[in-house]
Design a protein around this ligand. Sequence first.
Ligand code: ASP
Ligand code: MG
Length: 475
Amino acid sequence: MIVMKFGGTSVEDAPAIERVCEIVRSRAAEDPVVVVSAMARVTDQLLAAGQAAAAGDRDLALESARSLRQRHHRTASEMLSGNHLAQLRPLLDSNFNQLEELLGRIAGAQELSPRNSDHLLSFGELLSSEMVSAAIAARGLACEQVDARECLMTDGSHTRAVPLFDATKARLEARLRPLLARHAIAVMGGFIGATLDGTPTTIGRGGSDYSASIVGGALDAARIEIWTDVPGMLTTDPKLCPEAELIPEISFEEAAELASFGAKVLHPATLLPAIEKNIPVYVLNSRDAAGAGTCIRAHVERNGRPVRAIAAKRNTTIVNVAGERAWIPRGFLRDVLAVFDRHECQVDIVSSSQVSISLAVESGSATPELLADLQRFTQVICEPRQAIVGVVGENLRGRQGIAASVFGSVAAAGVNVRMISQGASEINIAFVIHDEDVPAAVRSLHKDLFSGAQADEDQSWMPSPGMSRAGMNCL
Ligand code: ASP
Ligand code: MG
């Protein structure tokens, strides 16, 4: 079996869902399990409706629900007719009736609790899975909607619930194996699950990718396909550097490293179940099903180039912490890190000297409370509007001169480097620069590392000449 996951823009309207049906049909012989996101923007709209209800604007909340109801019905009638449409309509209505009732309860409570928020957001994927399942069935393929809340079991940490892998595997086996045995296609919503006692949960925004790989891992899929609206993973963000190219193959380690730099094409946890079971993950474009996409797998042939990709994590702040005296006392680093930990602030890069420590963190996570806490025992200076640039590639391992080329290239662009870290993983070099310098630094690096003298002799992985660059914003 294989898992095919379609993101929100891949199911955003009737033509998109029709493309999905064709793509699924082309893989039908491989026994696909289909995982879908909510239609594009629906999750945000549900959340906004919940917030309006909690703020006392019941009318606005119900108005949003009505417009969502219309959009789903309109899409249904654009792609289905006759019996198929007649069967789908009441399923949509029953979900929308429950949704409106829930919004009424949220308005009554004047509060959007995390538990209610999960319940609210679950409707997005419940609805889209009903729609896609009906559309596939209308093409004469055996198909069934599967309620993800019966299969994806999680703990009770609402809004970012943690999957319970053993329970999930058992439920998926019980629910999906019989379907697979008779070659029926299961369609389930990603992102949503439930606790063992049946309370709806969600596994974090963008979590449908993760759901897909949990299903793939649990059922030992031959591969996991993530269908999105970009051609695949790219060598860098094409908005920063128009020369960005498709990456045909990338290792799990490299892709995970890129995800940690904020590469948006995959939810960061997506690869974990795939890595554990060594299942290749493909990133593919539902608007160009014939495109090669990107294959993420355990081992990738070297292609002669020193790096696989360059990523930039914007929105970074450097927190400089100086010791009270001219040197930092024993245990100081530990104490400082403990403060960040207490405030659940993830530290992306640390560099420390005898007298001070610099930490690069996401700007929003350096909260006033955290800074106040730090100030209690030391002097703190924050530098906002920074960015982390990461250069990632298996070929960096033990390669001499690579740091010189990277920093030489950045210097040639006239960019000052504030902090440096050569990753413990040996496959990345990361450094912090002023955010406004990001385009110049990335363009210079891309030119020197991808199209300069060090580029490979092997041109076979270059993207095909006709490849569209429109909308490629995955890094
Ligand atoms: N619909 C959810 C979201 O917008 C999950 C997903 O699309 O992966 O975050
Ligand atoms: Mg996504």
